[in-house]
Design a protein around this ligand. Sequence first.
Ligand code: ARG
Length: 460
Amino acid sequence: APTRLWGGRFSGGPSQALAALSVSVQFDWRLAPYDLLASKAHARVLHGAGLLTDEELERMLGALDSLADDVRAGTFRPTLEDEDVHTALERGLLERLGALGGKLRAGRSRNDQVATDLRLYLRDAARQLVSRIAELETALTGLATTYSTVPAPGMTHLQHAQPVLFAHQLLAHVHPLARDVDRLQDWDERAAWSPLGAGALAGSSLPLDPEAVAKELGFAGAVRNSIDAVSDRDFVAEFLFCTALLGVHLSRLGEEVCLWATSEFGWVRLDDAFSTGSSIMPQKKNPDIAELARGKAGRFIGHLTGVLTMLKGLPLAYDRDMQEDKEPVFDAVEQLLLLLPALSGMVSTLTVDTERLERTTPTGHALATDVAEWLVRRGTAFRDAHEISGAFVAWCDARGLELWEVDDADFAAIDPRLSPEVREVLTVSGALESRSAVGGTSPGRVAEQLSALVALAHEH
Ligand code: ARG
């Protein structure tokens, strides 16, 4: 007969339909290593409470270790009869220990167990994500270092706006990633509380030691309210917010790479190993990694809204609805662990068409703001300076000229306050150099920013 963790008051087993609906072992098996860790901590607490003899504790810990080895090796696996990870592992323990295996469950419920396991899993996952994000930060700062002097058309509304350093644009994608790391580390502080000891919802009449379990499992302490301990899924929702926002950042980076790799932009070329071909068009080289980054963001946002919606209106304490919290986080973690290394590889291997960037940066009258600010420095009110520079742009547009192609004699005809000396600001290098306040795109400021971000990525 299947090992069920319940059944004393039932006259028969669950219907096939119920079993099929409620089974979770096909996905919560990922929690097995964490469940076993928590079980070892719980066994020690039972021993401390006088509920396991020295000899029983030793056999219990030995069996949990051997079960952990077999789980890792894949030689112990859940069966279709196991309702969930906790059931499967109790079966494994009973196989190894006989009746003694049945003692471990004292003072513990799947409600506090699953909340503990999931926190342990997610704290581990957060650390792995941070490492992968750091690698992407390093890929972006590496590219910024290689092309540190190359300008690019800075855009607003996807139109040429003002010249920037290409490195400045790249680093603008690193700052959000650094905040994502910060968010995950900050999340960890709130997630670092152990629900174990709460039992089903009210704590235990057995003399357990939730603080000792918490310490052994690397938590800061035990959750202060046993009802909150089993009801709280803030750590899931907040984790999913972190991954959703990270996904949005990766999507925006992905979208830019898609644009940059078009023949219309022509800023970058993707390495063969990080792009794909077409089954019909032999010339194609597609930015699939960047597109998948864009596409998967929707999925991460969906996981967040799905879990929030599931939690909304749930009465305290545990409800089975909460079993729906796991697939979203497993998927978010696993997808990000696939996506981040692919993006790092794509970014670190792409090559930049520096000649094209240099040539196109000042086009689209991207230096018109510099003209207006030149006038301001000579005493013209910005309101008038804006008008004059606008007239200058219109004059050039009508003749198919760039701002710097106007003959000396024509400046006065456009506006008497313009003169050939305006040419001193009609260069990309001048425009970049002059934006030297904190946060600006001057080479000095960008170099400063770059070294700070390189150091930060190392820390991560
Ligand atoms: N599989 C369940 C979950 O993930 C474990 C807790 C089940 N508790 C219970 N009382 N049925 O939420």
